[in-house]
Design a protein around this ligand. Structure first.
Ligand SMILES: Nc1ncnc2c1ncn2[C@@H]1O[C@H](COP(=O)(O)OP(=O)(O)OP(=O)(O)O)[C@@H](O)[C@H]1O
Length: 251
């Protein structure tokens, strides 16, 4: 059974090399988690008092301004970060997709990277060999797949990474949007594969600033604000409250 239970979880980052004297003034910044200056060392309170329960079939969008804690929460839900206080219990195999380039080796070919990246995401070598042709066709990289990855442009790397990510069969898919480098036509082509990927995933948590993708892939949403959950509910309602107007209108 796939599931995630988080109880009153906090994640703090102590910043040992910050100049705490300049932090003591009252700060009115809107972006980023709270910076606690009570202790000797300043501490960024990236997550505060998070309680949530996710089940098989959940498709959850994470929204919030820059620094609100979305990526930190995704790392907590993946088991990459342990809570400083509180608890996070994860049942199921997590495929974390944060940085599309992670798990790639610049010195080996595109084909070899397909296998490496697949292994990183919890697939077997056999499974990746079976899917390599399909991935190659999707990426449209042709003979570049025999060249070392370091010869690729940023967009070519994203094509390869997306080709791999969209062939896996994850129990828990944790997605931090990083699709900036690819051209619009390729995003449109990748969308169908993304929808299929999400449909066969046991669970999805997706942080993004794109209303369109969130509405297409998710059914519920969590609005993060200064490291805490501000609102949860159906994706359209949460997006409307977060943006101050219905999604798509005037964005
Ligand atoms: N490794 C770290 N060390 C120190 N502070 C960190 C670290 N990672 C995140 N933070 C801080 O934690 C807070 C939350 O950051 P996080 O990356 O989770 O935000 P986010 O909602 O994903 O933002 P964005 O939309 O800009 O990607 C921010 O104030 C950030 O400065």
């Amino acid at each position: 059974m796939v599931g995630i239970e988080v109880r009153d979880a906090f994640v703090d980052f102590p910043i040992f090399d910050a100049r705490s004297r300049s932090l003591k003034k009252k700060v009115f910044g809107k972006v980023g988690g709270k910076i606690g200056t009570g202790a000797k060392v300043p501490v960024v309170e990236a997550l505060r008092g998070i309680t949530l329960s996710l089940r098989e079939g959940d498709r959850v969008a994470l929204v919030g301004h820059n620094g609100a804690g979305k990526s930190t929460l995704l790392r907590l839900l993946s088991g990459i970060y342990e809570p400083t206080r509180g608890s996070a219990r994860i049942r199921g195999k997590v495929a974390p997709v944060f940085d599309l380039g992670v798990g790639m080796d610049p010195e080996v070919s595109g084909y070899e990277n397909i296998i490496i990246r697949g292994l990183f995401l919890g697939m077997t070598r056999r499974q990746m060999l079976d899917r390599a042709d399909d991935i190659a066709e999707f990426t449209e990289l042709g003979d570049y797949l025999h060249m070392p990855l370091r010869t690729y442009s940023a967009g070519m790397r994203v094509r390869l990474a997306l080709g791999v990510v969209t062939t896996i069969d994850p129990e828990i898919l944790i997605l931090d949007e990083g699709l900036g480098a690819v051209d619009a036509a390729f995003i449109a082509k990748a969308r169908r594969r993304m929808v299929d990927l999400v449909e066969r995933s046991g669970m999805l948590v997706f942080a993004s600033h794109s209303d369109e993708l969130l509405m297409e892939l998710c059914s519920t949403a969590i609005w993060m604000d200064e490291g805490a959950i501000r609102m949860t509910g159906p994706v359209t309602e949460v997006l409307t409250a977060y943006k101050g107007h219905p999604p798509f209108a005037g964005t």
